[in-house]
Design a protein around this ligand. Sequence first.
Ligand SMILES: CC(C)(COP(=O)(O)OP(=O)(O)OC[C@H]1O[C@@H](n2cnc3c(N)ncnc32)[C@H](O)[C@@H]1OP(=O)(O)O)[C@@H](O)C(=O)NCCC(=O)NCCS
Length: 255
Amino acid sequence: MKTATRASEAPEVLNRAVHVWLCRLEPASIASLARSSRTVLSEDERERADRIRRESQRQMFEVAHALVRQGLSVYADVDETDWSFDTNQWGRPEIAGPAHAPPFTFSLSHTHGLVACAISVGIECGVDVENFARGGQPLRVARRVLSEREFADLERQPVETKLDRLLEYWTLKEAYLKARGVGMSVAMQDVSFALDERGIRLVAVDSEATSGPDAWSFTSARPTPSHMLALALGPPDGPSRTVMMREGLPRDPAG
Ligand SMILES: CC(C)(COP(=O)(O)OP(=O)(O)OC[C@H]1O[C@@H](n2cnc3c(N)ncnc32)[C@H](O)[C@@H]1OP(=O)(O)O)[C@@H](O)C(=O)NCCC(=O)NCCS
């Protein structure tokens, strides 16, 4: 009989907080980390990984999904291999089992060099990370993803900070849409933020939104020199939660 890994922290630590687990993907260690991460994945997750042709993307996927499992098991007496997941109609993963698991909410994001997983209880949360060295010409797509107001603000930025500003808007929008679980079914342009001396404010939302901008709070950070991260915390009491960033995989899957 398998015995559950004992939770190292009580689930109640998440009643007032959101923990964001960050795992850097270093070229020297990614292969072995992905190999050991794979051992805790479900068959379905391993099959999904196997369908990813590019090795670096596949390794990132394996580490990301191990991070979700291990992160959740920090707060519940559930073995990392025993979590099961469903997805909502727009693809958001949600916990399906085991039945005795606390009502955790989580959000996952992965990009070249970094994986992030936000975990909380009872609120909507969404995380997004992007790499500054992302391919293509991100500033070219600004018109397509930014609202009029955001685009005007971007145009006012000096050339050396334009990319930072664009990625800040971009990650905030994705984090917010991921927290709602709707993903890219909502046009990014229909969601608008203001970034100024008053901080980060959500100033316009699409017609499908069921809660107003004030129900939300946002954090923007640069967890590494190459990455931008945004976190969105929503109803019912996201704005009163504190945010804690935590580094590394909670446990070496090979250990
Ligand atoms: C969710 C979405 C915003 C992801 O953004 P991204 O920056 O490309 O990727 P990230 O690494 O930040 O996030 C991916 C993770 O978000 C999660 N996710 C997927 N759909 C989600 C949704 N509707 N809501 C919240 N989270 C979602 C998953 O955990 C996914 O990781 P996985 O595929 O390894 O399981 C976006 O890709 C999306 O909406 N996808 C679903 C629909 C789609 O592909 N439409 C085509 C758009 S043109």
